[in-house]
Design a protein around this ligand. Structure first.
Ligand SMILES: C[S@@+](CC[C@H](N)C(=O)[O-])C[C@H]1O[C@@H](n2cnc3c(N)ncnc32)[C@H](O)[C@@H]1O
Length: 191
């Protein structure tokens, strides 16, 4: 029995080992992504960038390395996320709901949101998309999870914990058009 417990990783004297929870830490992996986005949207020093649903702001922070001189801002509903965000980005983050962005009209050169809007019910989704349209000048990009077939739908359903908006790409496109969104959009699939 003792051998079996050790084989199971129970640690010394057969006591259960402490559970190690995975924590999402900064490791610089977002820098090439920020560089790609900066190139695609021709971001330059002095541009103001907003990340809606910024989480720990790891990507947002990387814009300051990719394009020195940009101004960053991030909003997230999670006080925990903001409290544990990249320290250099923290002064530029706000806790809030993406349906009511605390920023002036047309105040950002580039606004983006990645993997956040799946959390919203349809009325909130409309408000959030229209808020991005309001605070952005011209360049904007929304990325959400989607599915193209039953397999990807099942995978998305298994992945999601908080997903309220499940739509296929053409349905997302229709919603964007209905609500007057003029920016770019993309999707992540669980193949
Ligand atoms: C899957 S994470 C993505 C975080 C980050 N954009 C990224 O790609 O790593 C979803 C984020 O959306 C935030 N969020 C969920 N509902 C929100 C809301 N109503 N308003 C603002 N942020 C929200 C969560 O707190 C979380 O940080």
């Amino acid at each position: 029995m003792r051998h079996r417990r050790q084989a199971l990783g129970r640690g010394i004297l057969g006591r259960p080992a402490p559970i190690r929870l995975w924590r999402y830490k900064y490791d610089g992996r977002w820098l090439p992504i920020a560089q790609d986005i900066a190139k695609r949207y021709e971001l330059k020093a002095g541009d103001k960038i907003l990340d809606v649903g910024c989480g720990k702001a790891f990507l947002l922070y990387e814009f300051t390395r990719a394009v020195p001189g940009v101004e960053i801002a991030g909003l997230d509903i999670s006080a925990y996320g903001i409290a544990h965000a990249k320290e250099e980005a923290q002064p530029f983050l706000k806790e809030g709901h993406c349906t009511k962005l605390p920023y002036a009209d047309h105040s950002f050169d580039f606004v983006f949101s990645i993997n956040t809007f799946h959390n919203l019910k349809v009325d909130q989704l409309k408000a959030a998309i229209q808020e991005i349209e309001r605070v952005a000048k011209d360049r904007k990009w929304i990325c959400v999870e989607s599915y193209r077939n039953e397999r990807e739908k099942a995978n998305l359903l298994y992945w999601q914990l908080t997903c309220m908006s499940f739509h296929m790409p053409d349905e997302w496109a229709w919603l964007y058009r209905q609500w007057g969104y003029t920016g770019d959009y993309g999707f992540i699939y669980f193949e």
